[in-house]
Design a binder for this molecule. Sequence first.
Ligand code: C5P
Length: 237
Amino acid sequence: MQVFAIMPAAGLGTRMAGPQPKQFLSLGGIPILIHSLRAFAAVPRITHIVVAVRKTEMERVQAQIAEHGFADRVQVVEGGDTRQDSVAHALAAVETTYGAAPDDIILVHDAVRPLIDAATISRTIDAVGEHGAAIVGVPAVDTIKQVERTAHGALITATIPRESIVYAQTPQGFRFGLIQSAFAEATADGFVGTDEASVVERAGHPVAVVPGSAFNLKITQPGDLELAEFYLQHYRA
Ligand code: C5P
């Protein structure tokens, strides 16, 4: 059985408001995307990694991957207009280049979560082996409110017991046959999700949750990079 990692990295990073997409910013002197790729390249069970980037970035990313010594494990493909499109392009590459079988495992990981650790990746692979679909999640520490947006601001409509909430992170893993058929259904229905699990959930397949780590933050807004630098120095040395 083969295990593939797919990394969508074709976003523009508009919420970061920086000069370049966040996945190319430097963290401890190395691009964020390279940190993320390296974490997966270090797991021997992962046979191949496919990263989706914008067409204009393909050459640069290829060069960075070669510079860091794992060009033999990583294929660069062109991303799409949405995260889901970028993942779909990478899934197509997994099938055409490596002949993925329905029982093979696909892990999808945000390029902008550079502090993912090997133990969490392994836990996700094991859970996909058991359940067919599994994602990393962390318990909610805040009280969660459902709100309605009105002209006068947000008004609370419900308080959701936080014991029933997890924050979804990545990796998110699935049997190849399952994610392929769920993606085909979503495309046919015009559904676009903000993660892969939502696509698989709506196809009616249960998705397990394995524990994640607060250090696995998604670099999204100004300030996140400084926090990641701090974690890298103090917790991931
Ligand atoms: O937009 P969001 O923060 O959900 O992006 C999560 C990941 O999806 C990022 O790594 C981003 O580069 C990637 N993405 C992509 N193609 C897009 C949009 C986002 O690969 N069109």
